[in-house]
Design a protein around this ligand. Structure first.
Ligand code: TR5
Length: 140
């Protein structure tokens, strides 16, 4: 498992690629996460309810790396509306519950990348829940 993690971690790091993708990703159209929501692409579910879904990140940057998305296809946090406030609150509350469910008792990090400078690569709003190791600060 450790070996698998190291492999994924190196893979993820080598993908400065994520930032490259973020530079070229377009905030429009359907996304890979839309396909995951529709079960057109498999994912490993961690949480599911009427308004959101969480699954394991395919390229984890830590032993635990979960992606939490609303079923509503909001492209990015900066495009959310005031009327989305209950949804945004729900997502954060679910992130807390997922951290508990996944036994991230020593702490964890919540990340929302927004737009080009935020290195967002998938334009379907998502919250990263990252934990299981000591994380560095500040981020790159
Ligand atoms: O960079 P941002 O914040 O947009 O995060 C996008 C995240 O989606 C990254 O952490 C990727 O590793 C993750 N990702 C990308 C794909 C993918 C995924 N997680 C689960 N399953 C995935 N599939 C099937 N395909 C991807 N391209």
């Amino acid at each position: 498992r450790q070996c698998q993690f190291v492999h994924s971690y190196i893979q993820a790091r080598n993908m400065s690629n994520e930032v490259d993708k973020a530079q070229t990703a377009k905030p429009q159209g359907d996304t890979i996460f839309g396909k995951i929501l529709r079960n057109e692409i498999p994912s490993v579910a961690v949480w599911s309810d009427d308004t959101c879904y969480a699954f394991r990140d395919k390229f984890p940057t830590a032993p635990q790396h979960i992606v939490l998305i609303p079923r509503k296809p909001i492209t990015q946090l900066s495009n959310a509306k005031d009327e989305d406030e209950p949804l945004l609150g729900h997502l954060l509350n679910v992130a807390r519950k997922i951290a508990k469910q996944e036994k991230l008792t020593d702490g964890f990090r919540i990340v929302i990348n927004d737009g080009k400078h935020g290195a967002q690569s998938v334009y379907h709003l998502h919250i990263h829940i990252i934990g299981g190791r000591q994380l560095d600060w500040p981020p790159g």
